[in-house]
Design a protein around this ligand. Structure first.
Ligand SMILES: Cc1cc2nc3c(=O)[nH]c(=O)nc-3n(C[C@H](O)[C@H](O)[C@H](O)COP(=O)(O)OP(=O)(O)OC[C@H]3O[C@@H](n4cnc5c(N)ncnc54)[C@H](O)[C@@H]3O)c2cc1C
Length: 566
């Protein structure tokens, strides 16, 4: 059903031998739409391939609890492979979908330079949405969004790290107000939940943990350009939520448009034209979404319109114009002003799965997709939430209990439900946070990678320019050798070198898992091959092994170099 080749190669049609002859369904994404769509096909006479760029299913509504140390990432992101392990007609494929060819019915995905092409008879696209900075993408470096596990762990590191840096600064007698000021941009459910949790951390959880600072003096500011908190919940619940947040010590600034963000703070413009700057090291972006770029890919091939958030207009049965075999569901679609919530994705995916199953069985088509609104809720702090179910409006403890029950039902897996309840006990009844661990890499890796990407791009440009030699030597002068080596590998990837160079006698090639791989594998490998300088003591042995014909080489016969070798 699938074919793998090297990136950039012509896309071959999948070979018939790979097909079982059954109807092939490809599902893009392992979020709410992707996972529930795949599960809904478990009894159908189809082969399902789920292609997703992460190996987990992410329960986004609880990301803020990972960021604030209540839950672990594993509790809200179980491996998709494990979730679907008992579903015999489904397989999981890791890869970022880079192209969908509607004419030839092929989905192309990539992971680390390896390209896979999956053929389909029916397709469900549920690639969701990412963060939008409304055209100011440079804000992202200083104000991370909250869409993925990476984001939540980075924010965890930044939030707890800000308190640590404030303690250090205060010990030296420095002004630490900018370190003890947290700004959350966007007063939707995510922003409200984040602001509430940071306030609880500062005023309750951490208050006894530091010596030089009083965490209760921390400032938590919630900013939004809109005139109310939680706009979809209506004016009354919005006002109630604002008051609850203020009771917790959160400053709520409405009608304030963020105009710039930098390392040390952010600027905003109020409706009356006044400009305000807040000095804050830890900023969190919880405003705005942008649909997956795959919506554009599909729009270009069908003429289906895109809205301002990049969401694609679909037919009332969630299919694309002229392509009844392609369904698009969840956050990617613009249909009847449906909100970007989990239930829209889940119900849409189940509808698409039922339609595919019905077609195979020769049943008539279903009536157009109709979303059943089961209600919305948002937590403000422990024991405080707001809920809107039909005409019912609930606030306070009852709403919070409902929130607890609903989230428990939707967390995937029994094991995760049990541990989540334990962690909630620790945090809500006690004062603790079970998941405060943060590493340096969590905090800095995203920025470092994006800088590296820019650096590598720069190197590629220099390489292909007439002054390549000069540029390259300048780069090696400025960049630490290890970083330069990584950049060189990235250059190879970006430049699309056909094959890596063969290892020299004093180098050994490493596989992705860090194990030594043979020269024959290097020759067959896609573009990224990591070469490690060899322990000089081993050079002779490797040379000897390489001198033998390929079939007679035994891998792993020479001892592993000791730590520090290379
Ligand atoms: C912080 C936060 C809090 C939220 N809180 C709530 C809440 O309380 N209640 C509620 O109802 N909704 C909430 N939502 C919204 C809800 O999570 C989304 O509406 C829902 O996840 C949409 O489902 P989806 O399947 O369309 O997309 P997603 O669940 O986002 O899934 C998209 C999937 O596609 C994959 N993917 C993306 N691009 C590619 C690609 N090119 N190739 C391969 N795979 C790809 C992703 O890895 C992911 O697996 C929240 C969202 C966030 C971010």
């Amino acid at each position: 059903m699938t074919q793998t080749g090297s990136a950039g190669a012509d896309v071959p049609a999948p070979t018939p031998a790979e097909s079982s002859g059954r109807h092939r369904v490809v599902v893009v994404g392992s979020g709410f739409g992707g996972l529930f769509g795949t599960k809904a096909l478990r009894r159908s006479d189809v082969d399902v391939t789920m292609v997703a760029k992460t190996t987990h299913h992410l329960f986004q509504p609880l990301l803020y609890q990972v960021a604030t140390g209540i839950l672990s990432e594993g509790e809200i992101a179980p491996p998709t492979r494990e979730v679907l392990s008992r579903q015999g007609n489904a397989k999981v494929l890791l890869g970022e979908v880079t192209d969908i060819d509607l004419e030839r019915r092929l989905v192309t995905s990539q992971v680390l330079g390896r390209e896979t092409v999956s053929a389909y008879d029916s397709l469900i696209v549920a690639a969701g949405a990412g963060q939008s900075y409304f055209g100011n993408d440079h804000f992202a470096e200083f104000a991370p969004g909250m869409k993925s596990i990476d984001d939540a762990l980075e924010l965890r590191g930044r939030i707890f790290g800000a308190f640590e840096m404030a303690e250090l600064g205060a010990t030296r007698g420095e002004d630490v107000d900018h370190l003890l000021t947290f700004v959350v941009v966007g007063a939707g459910p995510t922003g409200v939940e984040m602001a509430g949790q940071i306030a609880e951390l500062a005023h309750r959880t951490l208050r006894r943990d530091f010596r030089a600072i009083n965490t209760r003096t921390a400032r938590v500011v919630l900013v939004d350009a809109a005139g109310q908190v939680l706009p979809p919940f209506g004016a009354k619940l919005g006002e109630k939520t604002k008051k609850e947040l203020e009771k917790l010590g959160v400053e709520v600034k409405l009608g304030a448009m963020v105009t710039d963000v930098d390392e040390r703070g952010l600027d905003m413009k109020h409706r009356d034209g006044t400009v305000e700057r807040i000095e804050s090291v830890c900023k969190i972006w919880a405003a705005g979404v942008q649909a997956s770029p795959l919506a554009r890919t599909l729009s270009e091939q069908t003429g289906a319109p895109l809205d301002r958030a990049g969401r694609i207009g679909v037919n009332p049965d969630l299919t694309l114009p002229g392509h009844p075999e392609v369904f698009v569901v969840g956050d990617m679609i613009a249909l009847d002003n449906l909100p970007g919530v989990a239930q829209v994705a889940i119900q849409g995916a189940k509808y698409a799965a039922k339609e595919i199953d019905g077609r195979i069985k020769g049943k008539p088509s279903q009536p157009p997709f109709k979303y059943f609104d089961k209600g919305s809720m948002a937590t403000i702090s422990r024991f405080r939430a707001v809920a809107m179910i039909g005409k019912l409006r609930l606030t306070g403890f009852i709403a919070w209990l409902m929130w607890l029950a609903v989230h428990l039902v939707y967390i995937t897996g029994f094991k995760n439900r049990v541990t989540a309840v334990l962690h909630w006990f620790v945090s809500f009844l006690g004062r603790g946070r079970s998941e405060r661990t943060a590493t340096e890499q969590q905090i800095f890796a995203r920025s470092a990678l994006s800088r590296l990407e820019r650096g590598a791009q720069d190197l590629v440009e220099r390489r292909s320019s007439p002054v390549a030699g000069r540029g390259a030597s300048a780069a090696s002068h400025e960049t630490p050798p290890a970083l330069l080596e990584v950049a060189r590998h990235r250059v190879r990837l970006l430049a699309g070198d056909p094959l890596p160079r063969p290892p020299r006698q004093d180098e050994e090639p490493l596989g992705l898992d860090g194990d030594t791989v043979g020269a024959d594998q290097v020759a067959a490998a896609p573009r990224l091959v990591v070469l490690r300088p060899l322990d000089p003591r081993l050079t002779a042995q490797v040379a000897e092994r390489r001198a033998l014909p390929v079939g007679q080489r035994q891998r792993g016969r020479h001892p592993r170099p000791t730590a520090g070798a290379g």
